[in-house]
Design a protein around this ligand. Structure first.
Ligand SMILES: CC(C)c1ccc(C(=O)O)c(O)c1O
Ligand SMILES: [Fe+2]
Length: 306
């Protein structure tokens, strides 16, 4: 991390997703995935798996995919610094208005659009905090973990993420995958990109509390008719045990247990891992063809910063 970088992330805050049938997706996320229902406002469904009010926001629409990736920064000073930084860099950041912030249960937030992909990034502070800690008896989820995109212009995207957007590379798999941490958050990756022939959502990850939870999930997913598309297996880069499955729209979600953490100072350098299937699954599994295929990137609309 360059010492001069002007803002500090807290964590990946929430993801806003479009789903084609909100009732079906809500049932899936409550009864199969194990998220907590935090209610609806203006047709948007809030779902929780962490210490803030929500980590997933579902909105019904014709094209399933990602609306935005939202990052919590450490405090209001960091938010103002991030806004000023993006303004100087020519991103034209736009604050959301007070009514939208209230509807989203946030203090303040602004949005930009990533140049290489058109992905909307939101930065916020002040999401409301429930008094009760989150507990997922069904699925043992600890938190929203990371989001991964397939991108057409991989090199430009990576240069932007590490150049102007404040991410650090934890590992590469060949020259086709980069795992990125949101400085100074210690997780090996909160964001990753893989090289592809177009831009789309690859998967959304929930971190869970252990191997038993992954094993139990295999049976729960099978019993509910949820397609498992990769795993259980073991990722070499982060050292996690993983399981990928599809939501009702065919978007890929992942449970993973365990992840390397990085110190803020004197972190190890990024490794360039061999681009083999073994790097992705040390146990020798192979993904189903549906793995990481579905999920459009919403590049427009009527939201501020869009
Ligand atoms: C297959 C994808 C890109 C992948 C690879 C490795 C890890 C990890 O090491 O944790 C992931 O989480 C992935 O999603
Ligand atoms: Fe993942």
């Amino acid at each position: 991390m360059p010492q001069s970088f002007p803002f500090r992330h807290r964590e990946l805050g929430y993801l806003a997703l479009t789903v084609s049938d909100l009732a079906a997706s809500l049932k899936f996320h409550l009864d199969v995935v194990g998220l907590e229902d935090r209610g609806q406002t203006d047709g948007a469904q809030f779902l929780r798996c962490g210490d803030r009010d929500y980590q997933l926001l579902l909105v019904e629409g014709p094209v399933p995919g990602l609306q935005r990736v939202a990052w919590e920064v450490e405090d209001d000073r960091q938010l103002d610094a991030a806004f000023a930084h993006y303004a100087v860099q020519g991103y034209q950041p736009a604050w959301i208005d007070a009514a939208e912030a209230r509807a989203l249960r946030l203090g303040r937030a602004f949005r930009i659009r990533q140049r290489a992909t058109g992905i909307a990034f939101e930065y916020f502070t002040g999401m409301s905090r429930p008094v009760e800690p989150f507990r997922s008896d069904l699925a043992g989820i600890d938190r929203l973990g990371h989001v991964v995109f397939t991108v057409e212009h991989f090199d430009e995207c990576l240069a932007e993420l590490t150049g102007t957007m404040g991410f650090l590379v934890s590992d590469y798999a060949g020259d086709g995958v980069a795992f990125l941490r949101a400085f100074p958050n210690p997780l090996h990756h909160s964001f990753a990109i893989q090289r592809g022939s177009d831009d789309h959502l690859q998967h959304v990850n929930f971190m869970v509390d252990g191997m038993d939870t992954i094993g139990t999930a295999v049976n729960r997913l099978n019993d509910s008719g949820t397609p498992i598309v990769f795993g259980p297996g073991k990722h070499f880069p982060s050292g996690s045990i993983f399981l990928y499955f599809l939501d009702p729209d065919g978007m890929t979600f992942e449970y993973s247990a365990g992840m390397e953490e990085f110190p803020e100072v004197a972190a190890r350098d990024a490794r360039r891992l061999e681009p083999s299937l073994k790097t992705i699954d040390l146990w020798g599994g192979r993904p189903d063809p549906r793995f990481g295929r579905t999920g459009a990137i919403d590049r427009g609309g009527d939201r501020p910063g869009a």
